[in-house]
Every structure is written in C-alpha cells, then in structure tokens.
Design a protein around this ligand. Structure first.
Ligand code: IPM
Ligand code: MN
Length: 384
C-alpha cells in the first residue's frame, strides 16, 4: 500500500462546517471504494468558536501542527452567522481571516489557482451564449505584492493621521509565478488535445497557438512593479514559444472579462488584482457556489498546500443546511489531484469526484436543494 496521505481538515465558521461535512462524506466514499491510503484529522480551529473560548483564533503552534499534513482542506472563515443571532461571537475580519493569510505565508503557498469554467448546469450570468466557452485559469500571486502587510498608522484617530500600506514585489516571486503560468498554459493545451478540444490564440507576429498567458498589471500607473512584471514576462516567454502572450491593464481586464471572457486562457495577476479578478471570474463561471480555489506550494513538498472554496462563511444562510457544497467538492477534487503527486491513485479519485460533481450539476442545474441532498446524490453517483 502507498504511504499514507494525511489531510488536515479545518471547517472554520458559518457554512464552512456544513460544506466540509459533504467533502468528508465524499472522501469516505472514495477511500472505501478504492482502498485509498488516506487519513484526515479535523481541527476545531481556526474559528470564531475557538477564539470565543481561548481568546485567539488558533493555538500558538497551529502552523507547526499543520505542517505535519500533506494538505489542508479549509471550509470558510469569518462571521459565523446566523445573522438573526444578534449575540453571535463576532470579530473584526482582520482577526478572523488572519489564519488564512498566515497559512499562505507560513507555508509559502505562492500560487493561488482559481479555475473558471462555465460547466453545463451552472448559472450563466452572461446573456451571450459564447459564455458557454468560458474556460480560464486565473493564477494569482499569493506570497507578496499588496498583501505583505507592512505599514502602519501614525497619529491614529487624529485629524492629521497618516496610514501607509506597502506593496512589495520581488523578481524571484515574479519569475516563479509567471513561469508557473506558462507551464499551466502548456499543460492545459496538452490536456485539451487529449480530450479532442482545441483553442486558437494569435501571437503578435500572426502565429496561432494552442494556449495563451495574459499578464495583468496596472503598469500605466503602478509602473515600478508593472515594468518589472512586463520585463520578466517577456524573458520567460522565450522558453515557451508555443504559448501566445497577451497583456491587459487590470481595469480593461475587468471590462473584457465581462465582454469576452471566452478569449482568455491562463491569466496571471498580482495578489490583490488577482483577488478582485477571481470574484468576477467566479461569477462568470456560475457563481461562488461552484468556484474552487487552491493555495499551492509547488516547490517544497514538505509544505502543505491549502484548498478552500473561493466563497466565504455566508452568515446569511449559515445553519440552515442549504449551502451549496459544489465549490467545496470541486476544491476537494483538485486537492486529490494535487495529492496524486505522492500517490497516483488519488489523482484518479480526484477525477472521479470532479466527474460526479460536474454530472450532478449538469443534471440538477442550480435548483435549490439541501446541502446534504447534494452530497448524497454525488456519493450515490460515485458508487453507481
Ligand atoms: C480570498 C479572500 C481573502 C483574500 C480574504 C478573506 C483575506 O477574499 O481568498 O479571495 O483577499 O485573499
Ligand atoms: Mn477574494
């Protein structure tokens, strides 16, 4: 039997535990069916409940404990809901969400990968039917940029207060995220060819390529990192003559995501710009209920990667058992695929889960069902 793969499960707050419960049922189903060497441990932290009891979102050695796992599967963090419980234990977002950022930083999860593909059955927000061809992968730089959390407040609360928030961009992190983008573009093109699907993207010199990387910056205003990104993009592109290159300013990228999202393949963006673009991309591919997200460290196998849906804790519907677990399950499928690096049987299990979730979506569309009903249907499908 393969070496055991261990997952840390951190359900978090709000609908987090509700959607994670369905992910665990799917993992149990797959483990039993394929005799997978898979184990998991459920952690009551990070969470509001833990903070309520101990005065902190998680124990001081949380990162050390989590480091012993191969991956982290996270539900959601933030307002635990339900909204009508006016006595619920609330915290500022900057406190309840801090563990998410600490994990990204602490485990150097330098890639945030957010695929946006409009699958059959998902809600189509755009009227134009070409929206059915939306199939992009937004790669967000996840280790630095606008999220370095350096700065401060001077003369706090005074009329002459000054707040500074630094942005830091290094050539090293720029190079690795751009290279990763090109590698993904090439890999996606290969997968498409295998599935008998092709796409065509034009290069500036008029050639046609199977794949494309679009770099997003705001280099007309934020020129220092914008220029460095542009130069590195140009340099790295020489190693990928089979991949077409493109650039958009972030404001124009927002416009084109709505106008012609089917024209994008791989998109590489900075931490904050990628954050904003991926909420938009999520809606283009059916909404937050179906959007997966992965925080990856592709370079250090001793660091766990973290998998969380793009959505939050949804306090408005928490506790009602009606949250859609689809995004969580797509995320779980990607986690299994990722863990396939260690145990190839897990890649197969991930594919099976993805196919079952996609088939359920195609059949049931976005009709309102209970969280557990969706989980039931997907488990049943995997056992059929
Ligand atoms: C996300 C979220 C987080 C982010 C917040 C909760 C800090 O919006 O994962 O997209 O900005 O990265
Ligand atoms: Mn976000």
């Amino acid at each position: 039997m393969a070496q055991i793969t261990r997952i840390a499960i951190t359900p978090g707050d709000g609908i987090g535990p509700e959607v994670v419960a369905e992910a665990v049922r799917c993992l149990e189903t797959l483990r039993a069916k394929h005799n997978l060497a898979l184990e998991w441990t459920r952690f009551p932290w990070p969470s509001h409940a833990w903070h309520d009891e101990y005065g902190e979102s998680w124990p001081a050695d949380a990162l050390t404990q989590l480091k012993a796992y191969d991956a982290i599967l996270l539900g959601a963090l933030g307002d635990p809901g339900p909204m009508d419980d006016t006595n619920r234990y609330l915290l500022p977002d900057s406190i309840s969400l801090a563990p998410l950022l600490d994990m990204r930083k602490g485990f150097d999860q330098w890639v945030c990968e957010r695929p946006a593909r409009l699958l059959p059955g998902a809600r189509q927000y755009l009227k134009d039917d070409r929206a059915k061809d939306i199939d992009m992968l937004v790669i967000r730089e996840n280790s630095e940029g606008e999220y370095v959390s350096q700065g401060g407040r001077l003369r706090q609360g005074k009329p002459d207060e000054v707040a500074t928030q630094m942005e830091v961009f290094t050539r090293r992190a720029t190079e690795r995220i751009i290279r990763y983008g090109f590698e993904q573009a090439r890999q996606r093109a290969g997968e498409r060819v295998q599935e008998g699907r092709t796409r065509a993207f034009r290069t500036l010199d008029g050639r046609s390529c199977e794949s494309q990387v679009c770099l997003v910056t705001k280099r007309n205003a934020l020129r220092y990192w914008g220029d460095m990104y542009t130069e590195v993009f140009e340099e790295v592109s020489h190693d990928f003559p089979d991949v077409a290159t493109h650039h958009e300013l972030v404001d124009a990228a927002c416009m084109k995501f709505v106008q012609c999202p089917w024209a994008f393949d791989v998109v590489v963006a900075s931490n904050l710009q990628g954050d904003i673009l991926t909420d938009l991309a999520a809606v283009l591919s059916g909404g937050m209920g179906v959007a997966p997200s992965c925080n990856l460290n592709p370079t250090d196998p001793h660091m766990p990667s973290m998998f969380e849906p793009t959505h939050g804790s949804a306090p408005d519907i928490a506790g009602q058992g009606i949250a859609d677990p689809t995004a969580m399950l797509f995320t779980t499928a990607r986690m299994l695929d990722w863990l396939g690096r260690k145990d190839p049987k897990l890649t197969q299990a991930g594919k099976e889960l993805f196919d079952a979730v996609a088939a359920d979506l195609a059949e049931q569309g976005n009709q309102q069902r209970a969280t557990s009903q969706i989980g039931d249907a997907i488990c049943k499908r995997m056992l059929a």
